[in-house]
Design a protein around this ligand. Structure first.
Ligand SMILES: [Zn+2]
Length: 418
């Protein structure tokens, strides 16, 4: 578990990151010198090897022709997800200690997939804060966690059945809800402002918050320096929230050209979670009820149209799977499958790389530490055989993962941190 974090020089790789959109070309025959948790240097192999050698001992790791990118960032994660149906009921039935272990197992699997950072947007019982402490303390292997704690929802609103949401009513109630998450350690606030797929007594287009409640969430969160993201489907509800300063929209099932233009103008990001309306196999595995399966799959075509409108308007789109990020699905994991959908539905490979790495990191305000392969950044790196600028499916070939300078997976040696 506690593999040493001495100096390592990675060789035999092509380095590429989201700055490719800003004119930074991939670096072929590169080397990356990692010292402790961070990247010390990136450049042509002879130069980097010489500099590392002059500084002392190091271990050379030959990546054998791999493409090296920053680790993926999944912006819509639930490690304690429990959808309606048998699979979800089993999670709901876990005791507190069991839930902690269950989430730790998901965190480890997530990291081994090459997802080195997650943004959790509704987790049960504040167990996410304990998990984050366990990861940063080195007790548990997992990704970096940015979390909203519990999502805020009106009484009976979307997701109210579980302990991953907090029911609030009235402006005061929502202010208190925001403050309770911040008190527990939340990095951002998640609020449900419309109905969704997984709620039996609602429809996707149900408005769920009154204007004063919505304003209370956004103003209180911003006053504490926290961004707000909203579970939201219909365009009029989203438009109102964007006008009030909402920072991010989840799903966006029913966007219009008008609301996407407004989002682009205000810099409101979209985490489209395209998988949610095209994950039949996952619903089968969990045994979700028929009404939910139908509502989900029926929403698929309109959901994809919304995504296309967002791209056309220039809205920033970010990777987020909603499904557990590590879930094995259609020959890969949910994070990579979502990125493939985003890429193939109009984004293309270079922008998909950005949407899965640097874009999310910028939204999280973590660019000083994460998101690119540059000196001074944390060494959260993944290596794959395919070229991610040719096809996003290259991420299916991830075979090596480093987190904070520690190699946690290397398929060539059979090592993984499990
Ligand atoms: Zn979700």
């Amino acid at each position: 578990m506690n593999a040493e974090r001495s100096a390592i020089v990675l060789t035999g790789c092509t380095v590429v990151d989201g700055r490719v959109l800003e004119g930074v070309a991939p670096l072929v025959d590169a080397a990356v010198w990692v010292r402790g948790e961070r990247i010390e240097a990136v450049g042509p192999a002879p130069e980097v090897l010489a500099a590392a050698g002059a500084a002392g001992d190091f271990r050379q790791v030959d990546l054998a022709g791999a493409y090296l990118t920053p680790g993926l960032v999944n912006m819509h994660t639930h490690l304690s997800l429990s959808l309606p149906g048998q699979g979800g009921d089993a999670v709901k039935g876990l005791g507190a200690y069991e839930l902690a272990h269950y989430m730790a197992d998901g965190a480890r699997r997530t990291l081994l997939c090459g997802v080195t950072t997650v943004r959790c947007v509704a987790e049960k019982d504040h167990a996410d804060f304990a998990l984050r402490r366990a990861i940063t303390s080195g007790w548990v292997t997992g990704p970096r966690i940015f979390t909203a704690g519990q999502a805020l929802v009106c009484t009976g609103g979307h997701g109210h059945e579980g302990t991953d949401t907090l029911e609030c009513d009235g402006a005061d109630g929502f202010r208190r809800g925001v403050r309770r998450q911040v008190k527990a350690g939340a990095d951002l606030i998640k609020v449900m402002i419309s109905g969704g797929i997984a709620g039996e007594h609602e429809s996707i287009h149900t408005r769920q918050l009154f204007p004063d409640e919505l304003a209370a969430v956004i103003e209180t969160a911003h006053a504490w320096g926290r961004k707000v993201t909203a579970h939201a489907g219909p365009a009029p509800v989203i438009a109102e929230a964007v006008e009030r300063g909402l920072d991010c929209v989840e799903h966006g099932y029913q966007l219009t050209p008008e609301v996407t233009a407004l989002m682009a103008e205000r810099g409101t990001a979209l985490v489209p979670t395209l998988l949610v309306t095209r994950c039949e196999e996952f619903f089968d595995q969990l045994g979700v009820p028929e009404w939910m399966r139908r509502r989900s799959l029926d929403a698929g075509p309109r959901h994809l149209e919304s995504y296309a409108m967002a791209l056309a308007a220039g809205v920033e789109v970010l990777l987020g799977s909603d499904m557990p990020p590590f879930w094995q699905f259609e020959g890969t994991n949910a994070s990579v499958r979502e990125l493939e959908h985003m890429s193939e539905s109009g984004l293309g490979p270079a922008r998909a790389l950005y949407a899965g790495t640097l874009g999310p990191v910028r939204w999280l305000g973590a660019e000083a530490d994460l998101g690119t392969v540059e000196p001074g950044k944390c060494a959260d790196l993944i290596a794959m055989d395919g070229d991610p600028l040719t096809a996003t499916s290259a991420f299916r070939s991830v075979r090596w993962v480093m987190s904070g300078g520690r190699i946690v997976r290397d398929d060539r040696t059979g090592w993984n941190a499990s």
